[in-house]
Write a protein that binds this ligand. Sequence first.
Ligand code: PEP
Ligand code: MG
Length: 538
Amino acid sequence: MFENRKFTGVGLSEGETVAPICLYAPENHLKVRERALVDDSEVDGEMARLEKTVQIAAADLDKWADEVTEKIGKAESGIFLAQKYILLDNTVLTMVRNDIRKRRRNAEAAIDEVYKAYEESFLSMENSYLRERSKDIADIRKRLLDILHDTNDGFKCEGRHQCARGAGKIIVAEELTPQMIAKTDFSTVKGFVSAKGSRTSHAAIIARALGLPAVSAIEGIFDKINCGDIVYVNGTLGTIIINPDKALRLSVSQKHIDSGFCLVPSLTGVETMANASLPEEIDVIKSVCADGIGLFRTEFLFIRAGRALTENEQLDIYSSIVKKMDGKPVTFRLLDVGGDKPLPFMEFRKEDNPYLGFRGARFLLGHKELLVTQIRALARASVFGEVRILIPMVTDLHQWRKLASIAEEEIASVEHVKENVKIGPMFEVPSVCYDAEVILSEADFASIGTNDLIQYLFAVDRNNEHVAADYNPDHPVLWKVLKMLADAGKKSSKKISACGELASIPLLAKRLVEAGITSLSMSPRFIPVIREALSEKK
Ligand code: PEP
Ligand code: MG
């Protein structure tokens, strides 16, 4: 084992940690290796592996179909039964069996080639329904290969009884994706290391919210690291050390990492609120005495559930958060999906530019059933405290009015406390900022999403570490827009807050307040730091 190999990347979330790693390998099935079979007994062995694998895959599909029937409904479970039908199709299985026997090669290689050819024949069909079936065939191929490798699309050891699924470990991944968030219980994860991703990616935001040290941009991480390695992560410096020496391991594990705990009380004149994505973050939020929740990203609830939550299920979650916040306001952002956050249970049309595609407010207007259900659940939760409903990615006045009128109609149709429900847009697409004055005269409040505002104002991908130098929260043009928004807020006497990552940078938080934006929302761990910075004498 090599000791003390140091690599430098980009720090996504501050803090130090040291722990064994847990590999999250999204594309195990792509690494199919061909192996020649030397004698008949090896051929028989391979045939037996194939039959056993097909049996396991069929049993899994039955199990998933039962689970989905129970949790969602019979119609939704049909996909698994259709896949089982394709899986057990004797024509294809006979081709795979013949391939193993005649070409005397392993089951993985035979499955990969035969199923890919089968997929392609469906892909070239005129009929769109049949063309779609190629996806089912691809799923079956990947599933068979995953079972043969004893791996899975997810944690590398998933399926084995000793698999920790990240508990007590540092997760190492190509990229920290929303799908991974769905598969992970964060309460015991120690940290993250990834090959790709920047400070404003959603996974980085979650890592910071949970206080998990994280480092990205470690190229070729999978070639540098092996199962069983121990890694030291320094998210402040953006470095990792693979198999650190004993002295470093001991010093980190003994160090007390400060977790906030209400060191600095609320300020007068400036609200310091918390951003959150998961209900388990509420404890940290309360421990730093946040003035409320300025942004709760509800999409992660749906991504994690893997399905659309019913009105009552949402009501349970929202009201428990509102109750826990003891009368402090909670801003719930409506589902903000599309772009880098597809909903795993919905078919998204392939788009060349998903960041400019069917996302945010556009998606909500295209999926009224989701929109209406969510608004009703939020309005009903307002019986327990103040609920602010925030609409993401609004692009102009017309779109704001459409969404606001749907929201008002739904709110009026359920039992709620009038003064406890507020509606406001996010200013994060440049075009809408020019309508800010009129919109604010109609809205109850607004929030500026600086993460996306910078991305769209400067045409610079917030998730791409190679263009990070052009992602500049200090740019004078950005501050012109922020000033314009602050002035619109003042004119209409409506509260306008900033909830992007910018608000957690002490110098910039001060500038926001100076510009007239006196409500800041940030990852809860930054609240004591920002309160300190804002209360310093000039
Ligand atoms: C933003 O864009 O600044 C924001 C707060 O929303 P998100 O980071 O979830 O896109
Ligand atoms: Mg945004």
